[in-house]
Every structure is written in structure tokens, then in C-alpha cells.
Design a protein around this ligand. Structure first.
Ligand code: ADP
Length: 399
């Protein structure tokens, strides 16, 4: 347990945590505190194959973490004395400033808070989680790992919006990209799995979860990605619209009388698959389609159409691709999505093997045919492990 890393991922009313052995990659224990600040709070803690749950009001993020510590204590682990090497915090927005895992000092925390204007839904929650964790574990290095960091290298042509340059500069407007920890981890695993030098590979990574993003990676460096200033741009997601005509915002303001907060809510929480057919989980979507629901069928078609547009765009911007990889909840589990995303592309050297694609496995695997010029993979993402490893390197470099 000594030298393990506690990974904390705080949302506005939730905290996900995992105690990770960064060397073996084993998740020693993990849990989720939900509905913080509401009367029906809940913590679910997983250790040694057993889930335990407690219900009841959880006042704030600090109370949530203290409850998690109690659950660890019941497993026989006192997190305050066990000798944790670092605490790794997932922080959504690092702006222009943070593109390395960063040991959190009061100045760093202040800057993360300042960046809330770019990520109002995420950074304030991350700050709350950091403050609470620092209060309960004051003598351990706390390290922020930024979701935007991997995309710091985006070339200017890919990160720049074609708007008034002075306005953009004054308001930190550029494409930042998100899910970077996952895209970086998965592209590294791809090279490892194939036994290839990452420097030689042109890759497309498709992170398809509830949030979804695509990235183009040349020689281990991100050269394009589908999310932008915020995680709203790009692919169709569970509840987010992805790309829209920006004119839609003005139209809704003028014609429907919606204010900015209502449009924000509409595009982030009531759009995507959910907006089109009422459900955002792919398993439910599949059931609706099988039952003949026309809205669900259209939602699926729109999702796949957008995904294929991005794959096509990245094939061109990379000038050819060696590997396409599916990851995250949908990418790892939905064989139909993988098949439909790449159907009919034999002329481009992309050919999925139906049996390999439908075989169930939790391991990294090839799903293209042996004849396919482009290798298509499924590689499970592991953001917690990636955060743990980066936090360890930044926070306890002598370990
Ligand atoms: P996030 O981290 O963005 O919340 P995940 O990567 O955990 O999301 O993905 C969650 C999504 O994965 C679910 O909403 C569901 O649509 C999809 N998913 C999970 N398991 C399966 C499955 N067995 N088949 C199809 N889709 C699945």
C-alpha cells in the first residue's frame, strides 16, 4: 500500500476516487461519492471484489472524502498513515498555463480557480476536491493532471478559431482539447501493444464514452482533436450536441428567447443522443432501435455520421494512418458502433474482421483483418492509472 497514489476526480456533486499501485497498475480500492449537498447522498466503495454502500446526506466534498476515508479504514487501511506517495487530481482545464502534471501550491490553486471562466462546470468542482483532499492529507504532495495538457502541442492551424484575433487573444479563445489523459495513455498503449516506436505511428484515437472525442496523433504528438474551447465541440455525445452552427445560439436567443444559461443547459445536458431520442446510454439506445423506435435509429445514424466525418478528416490531416483505436465505454463495448464507423472503407485500406470485432474481451486487441493496411484496435483506457503515474513522477520524483 506504501507508495500507492490516491486519484481524485471531483465533479460538481460527486467525487470519484481510486487508490492505485502505479507500478503494477492495480486498483487497490475505488469508489464514488454521489449527490453531495443533497439529502440522498450515497457512497459506493469497492475493495477486493466487494461493493459496500452508505446512504445519507453528505454536506460537501470534504465530508465526502472523509466518508471515503472511513470506508478505507473499514478495509483496514488508514490513508493518513499508510504512506501514500502522492494524490493525483484530475483537473479539466489547464488553459495556456498548465501543460505538465503540476504540484499544487496556493498559487497553482489560485490559477486553476481563475481558469474557471473557461470551464465553469468543471474547474470550480476540481478546486473543491483539491481543497478537501489537501485538508485531510496535508503532508502528501498533491498533483494536478490536466485534461487539456496533451493537446498543448496542437499546431496553430488546428488550435485557432477563425474569429477576430484580438477578441480571441483577450479572452483566451483557442481550441484546447479535452480527454487528453486518455488520448495520451491509449496512444502510448497502442505503440506498446504493437511493439512499435510511437514516433513512427500516425494514429487516430476515438474516445467514445458519455463524453466523446477523436484525436489525430503523429509520432506521439497530438496534431488535431475534436473538442475545442470547451468539451462541447466535436462528436455527438450522450447529452452534448457536439458541432453545431454557431448561428444556432443566436437563433435560439432571438427566436426562442432563451438566455445563455438555458442554451448552455440545452446544448450540454439536453442534446446529443438524449436530445434526439430521450436516452444517452448506448445499451438503452440499442434496445430502442431493436424495438423499432425511429428517433433512436436517427440518433444512432447522426452519431455514426459525425464520427465518420472526423475519421475522414483526420485521415487527410495525417496524410495516412497506421492505427485507428477505439476506447472508453462505447468504444470498448459496442461492436456495432465500431463496425458502422469503419464500414465500407476497404478501398482506403481499412477492413474490420467481424468475428474479432464481436469477440468479448477486456484486453487490448486487434479487430481488423490481417489484410487491412490500417490496424484497427480496441484498447481499454485507464485514466486513473495514467494520472497516478504522472502524479508520482511530478510529486515524488525520488520514489
Ligand atoms: P464517461 O467516463 O464519459 O462517463 P464511459 O467511458 O464510462 O463514460 O462510458 C459510458 C458509456 O458507455 C455509457 O453511457 C454507455 O453508453 C456505454 N457503455 C457501457 N457499457 C456498454 C456496453 N456493454 N455496450 C454498449 N455501450 C456501453
Amino acid at each position: 500500500m506504501k507508495d500507492s497514489v490516491l486519484v481524485v476526480n471531483s465533479g460538481s456533486s460527486s467525487v470519484k476516487y481510486q487508490l492505485v499501485d502505479p507500478v503494477t497498475g492495480v486498483a487497490i480500492a475505488s469508489g464514488l461519492v454521489e449527490r453531495i449537498g443533497e439529502p440522498d447522498g450515497r457512497i459506493t466503495h469497492h475493495h477486493d471484489g466487494v461493493d459496500r454502500e452508505r446512504m445519507g446526506p453528505i454536506g460537501d466534498h470534504g465530508d465526502g472524502l472523509r466518508l471515503a476515508f472511513e470506508m478505507f479504514a473499514e478495509d483496514g487501511t488508514d490513508l493518513t498513515t499508510v504512506g501514500i506517495a502522492a494524490v493525483g487530481h484530475r483537473v479539466v482545464h489547464g488553459g495556456e498555463v498548465f501543460y505538465e502534471p503540476t504540484v499544487i501550491t496556493p498559487d497553482v490553486l489560485a490559477e486553476i480557480r481563475r481558469l474557471s471562466s473557461l470551464a465553469p462546470l468543471h474547474n470550480p468542482a476540481n478546486v473543491l476536491g483539491i481543497e478537501s483532499a489537501m485538508a485531510v492529507l496535508p503532508n502528501v504532495p498533491h498533483v494536478a493532471v490536466f485534461d487539456t495538457a496533451f493537446f498543448h502541442t496542437l499546431p496553430a492551424k488546428a488550435r485557432t478559431y477563425a474569429i477576430d484575433a484580438e477578441v480571441a487573444k483577450a479572452h483566451d479563445v483557442r481550441r484546447y482539447g479535452f480527454h487528453g489523459t486518455s488520448h495520451q495513455y491509449v496512444s502510448g498503449r497502442v505503440a506498446e501493444f504493437l511493439g512499435r516506436d510511437i514516433g513512427e505511428l500516425n494514429q487516430i484515437v476515438l474516445h467514445l464514452g458519455n463524453g466523446a472525442s477523436a484525436s489525430a496523433i503523429a509520432g506521439g504528438r497530438a496534431v488535431d482533436t475534436s473538442m475545442g474551447l470547451t468539451p462541447l465541440e466535436g462528436l455527438v455525445m450522450g447529452t452534448r450536441s457536439g458541432d453545431i452552427d454557431p448561428g444556432l445560439v443566436m437563433h435560439l436567443r432571438r427566436s426562442a428567447g432563451l438566455d445563455v444559461d438555458a442554451i448552455d443547459d440545452l446544448l450540454n445536458r439536453r442534446s446529443g443522443l438524449k436530445g434526439l431520442c430521450g436516452v444517452n446510454d448506448f445499451r438503452e439506445l440499442r434496445r430502442l432501435i431493436d424495438d423499432g423506435d425511429a428517433d433512436a435509429a436517427l440518433a444512432y445514424d447522426v452519431y455514426i455520421h459525425r464520427l465518420r466525418k472526423y475519421i475522414g478528416a483526420y485521415l487527410l490531416s495525417l496524410g495516412g494512418v497506421d492505427v485507428i483505436t477505439f476506447t472508453a465505454g462505447v468504444g470498448e463495448n459496442s461492436a456495432p458502433v465500431r463496425a458502422d464507423a469503419l464500414a465500407g472503407l476497404e478501398r482506403l485500406g481499412i477492413e474490420i474482421d467481424a468475428d474479432r470485432n464481436t469477440a468479448r474481451s477486456r484486453e487490448a486487441r486487434v479487430i481488423s483483418t490481417d489484410a487491412s493496411a490500417v490496424t484497427v484496435l480496441v484498447v481499454p483506457t485507464n485514466e486513473e492509472l495514467a494520472i497516478a503515474q504522472q502524479a508520482l513522477r511530478a510529486g515524488a520524483p525520488t520514489v
